[in-house]
Design a protein around this ligand. Sequence first.
Ligand code: GLC
Length: 582
Amino acid sequence: MSARSKAASRNSTGPEPLWYKDAIFYELRVRSYYDANGDGVGDFEGLTKRLDYLQSLGVNTLWLLPFYPSPMRDDGYDISDYTEIHPDCGTLRDFKVFLREAHARGLRVVTELVLNHTSDQHEWFQRARRAAPGSVHRDYYMWSDTPDKFRDVRIIFQDFEPSNWSWDPVAKAYYFHRFFSHQPDLNYDNPAVRREIMRIVAFWLGHGVDGLRLDAVPYLYKREGTGCENLPETHAFLRELRSYIDENFPNRMLLAEANQWPEDAVAYLAEGRECQMAFHFPLMPRIFMSVRMEDRYPLTDIWAQTPDIDPSCQWALFLRNHDELTLEMVTDEERDYMYSEYAKDPRMKRNIGIGRRLATLVDNDRRVAELLHSLLFSLPGSPVLYYGDEIGMGDNIYLGDRDAVRTPMQWSPDRNAGFSRADFAQLYLPPLMDPVYGFQSVNVEAQMRNPSSLLHWMRRMLEVRRQHPVFGTGSIEVISTDNPSALAYIRVPTGAEGGTSKPRRTRRAGNGPSPEGTPAAGDAVLCVSNLSRFAQPAQLPLHRWEGMTPIELLGRTPFPPIGELPYFVTLPPYGFYWFGLV
Ligand code: GLC
């Protein structure tokens, strides 16, 4: 068996309905990844050439940002044709080759379903603005004679838009837009619009796409006197969408982009009747807060506020993505704190958030980057890595909008970071060239050669995570300790949680023989982290686990068994341990 088919059989994309619970996502822009035809923009042919790299990194699900025809005024979230490929990214044929090659390597593919709005260049809008008021075609969008309706609706792109209504001189009416004025919102009260969306879904799922990220999903329906978010009508539509998909395209996954408080985000999972996954937006800034405050409270507090979810559902956890580090789901005080700590230069602010990458947010401190990833990989949910963060890429805050974090992937110290053979001036964005984060110092080739690089560390961590499915499927028991800088929790296999009784040993159940004292797939895992820049002690009340031996999972070193007294751990600055309990 070749290495490729071995990996594919280990990590098959076959019919496993809950595959997303063990998913490790890698979010990427096709345009930023690798330019095969030398025109200065990444394309599907280039991405296909980089699939071996992605497979060797240890991720198993690729989430692709929009690659559809678009005027590109919102990085492709302004779609002008839903069932084609932007010519810069290649052709539908290139996409099919990419999908087939990704599946052959055991990599699933999640694409974007931008269902709240289109580009104003979409033929639906061009037709609507000319159609007779009240006609089906006019009503693909939302029109008004005044900009006074829906006054309670918040404005999201505060850097750019003074109102959610804009005047269209052709229609001679105002149209509603939740985001940029060139992105008119679709009218979900029109059944023709709902049918169009089902048709788009069928197109991509019919091509074999494994999942869809539902962009900006809370805003679909609008009702006067409400904030027009999370309305019952929106949830009803999602149930209809889910049933349609389950009936026609089994084992596909819907991932909600609902930037909401935990109880509102959970509603998009609806005990498994709407989306299977939702991003945990409020957790993300609190991870950054906890580390800067050296206090676990922000993180444990938001986790305590997070309702339990159905076992068929899963959180998508992330540290950074293609947008700003959003500060919508925090209090005013928390927002001030985040700005003062992480956006010292006002140019780092974007909308209600901070437009920076992970490495720059943590001042390029490798220890903090590792600690944050260890939390991302061990808290309940499926982790989502953002392209380039695996090598510690930086950002360019002098670029407009959110382009700061969308610069070309840094493959090598060669011309244009090895991303493209085009002339530098032709590149869609300049690669980073500063002395700290520039491609001469931060690139895949150099980190591949260096066994102690961040990239190799990431590969090892993902390997350990894959060996222990409890990270994806288990529950969490937070362990209280007197030291606020210490964060401890146990990931408990399903069926072994709860109560004061001793957990049963699960490691022999269905996991085949494993040498005595070696943690196996079914074992519980104790995670202990130090959020402080100084060494810290932690005493952990682990009575329920008395008699078990913690085995450190990276080195497989046995630690002293857990006894009657609180378990004592000494943690180096920003240190963390994952212990299998055997
Ligand atoms: C989502 C996307 C963001 C985009 C917005 C409007 O929030 O993540 O990048 O600008 O939708 O489409």
